[in-house]
Design a protein around this ligand. Structure first.
Ligand SMILES: [Zn+2]
Length: 387
């Protein structure tokens, strides 16, 4: 890879012809049309948070360097930003006042046009340090994947998008990484993470590929369409909607792709399901995130509910009470041994030889508190659990 250092381009030069596309969430061109600011393999613009974008402009106003910027020279003579997209988009939004933001000067918010002329000049005349790289795509790609863009490390899916860039990723990003997508709110009810950091796309790919995202992206890299990806994702979301009424935060980020595969062949009565969700949600003894799979599985596997276990303090108190009573009566401190007829009927167990048991099972409404706790010898506790 060949690199050439340029120190004569200014902020003003790069801002020429800049337009910010708010729908696509990216800056488009600069340098009077010669520079592609967001090439297809780049991540979305994530500096538009009123902090990182402002910090870029503050740096320029203070005369600080913005750090190294890398462009790639394409065969057609166009330049693409390899590293620096976030910084360039931030100062260009400010200078060109497209999706503008203000910086604070002397306690007042100021847009570019309301800055003093010398301050405007300080920004637009600032010289940038830019390396222009030439090389074959695989070299540039490899290099891109190893750099750490402006202090915000690339997440796994952003790296995959770079590694498999092409028509498929472009189409997929336009749907799943686009915060202006009308479906985004509904999707984010069930899928966790920031669409701009590719979290929704990553989940959609995970579901359709049964976890083999890289394999799927490699296979479909040059596809012009994303129908399978889109249809599968929407099918899963529609299925969740058809089974569950509940849309609280507990449903966000569950393994819906796997749950769909495992359970979508079963029939569910939505009203009955809704009633059970409400009942289990109201039960403080259970872990609420496990409720959904528990219901989907026909309420067969209580371990999904992570029913609370007795704490050490409760166990010690119950052990002491049972053991004192048993010693006074000359019987075993395991109540089930005590009613038996073998040699264990008078045995006093150590605390380590016993386990805590719900007198009334959780599934029959028994609470996890001292009043519903009894200590049983390990043998009896195991026997009771297997019933
Ligand atoms: Zn026993």
């Amino acid at each position: 890879m060949k690199t050439t250092l340029h120190t004569d381009w200014t902020v003003g030069d790069v801002c020429k012809g800049f337009i910010y596309d708010k729908n696509e969430g990216k800056g488009l061109f600069g340098l009077g049309g010669k520079l592609i600011i967001q090439p297809e393999y780049q991540r979305n613009y994530i500096y538009g948070d009123g902090k990182k974008d402002v910090a870029v402009v503050e740096s320029l106003l203070k005369g600080y360097p913005l750090g190294l910027i890398y462009f790639v020279l394409n065969k057609d003579g166009m330049l693409e930003v390899l590293d620096g997209q976030q910084r360039i988009t931030s100062f260009a939004r400010f200078v060109n006042q497209s999706w503008p933001f203000a910086v604070e000067r002397n306690g007042k918010p100021r847009y570019f046009n309301s800055l003093d002329a010398d301050e405007q000049k300080k920004i637009t005349d600032a010289k940038l340090t830019i390396y222009v790289c030439e090389g074959d795509p695989s070299e540039i790609q490899e290099w891109f994947e190893t750099i750490n863009i402006a202090g915000v490390p690339l997440v796994k899916q952003e790296l995959r998008n770079a590694a498999y860039h092409g028509p498929f990723v472009n189409r997929a990003r336009a749907v799943f990484s686009n915060t202006a997508n009308a479906n985004m709110n509904r999707w984010q009810t069930y899928v966790k993470g920031d669409p701009k950091r590719q979290a929704i796309l990553e989940t959609a790919l995970d579901w359709v590929s049964h976890g083999d995202i890289d394999g799927y992206m490699a296979l479909h890299r040059n596809d012009a369409g994303i129908d399978e990806l889109k249809n599968h994702f929407e099918t899963v979301i529609d299925w969740i909607d058809s089974v569950f009424e509940y849309t609280g935060s507990e449903v966000c980020g569950l393994e819906w792709g796997r749950l769909y595969r495992q359970y979508h062949g079963n029939a569910y009565d939505k009203d009955a399901v809704t009633k059970r969700v409400d009942e289990l949600m109201a039960d403080t003894q259970v872990s609420s995130r496990g409720i959904f799979e528990y219901i989907l599985g026909g309420e067969q596997d209580p371990s999904l509910l992570n029913v609370r276990v007795f704490d050490e303090k409760t166990k010690r108190a119950v052990y002491a009470r049972q053991t004192n009573d048993a010693a006074a009566k000359g019987i075993s401190n395991c109540p089930l041994c005590a009613i038996g007829h073998d040699s264990n009927s008078k045995r006093i167990y150590k605390m380590t030889e016993m386990d805590a048991d719900h007198v009334t099972a959780w599934s029959r409404g028994g609470a996890t508190d001292e009043a519903n706790c009894q200590m049983l010898c390990k043998t009896h506790n195991r026997a009771k659990g297997n019933r």
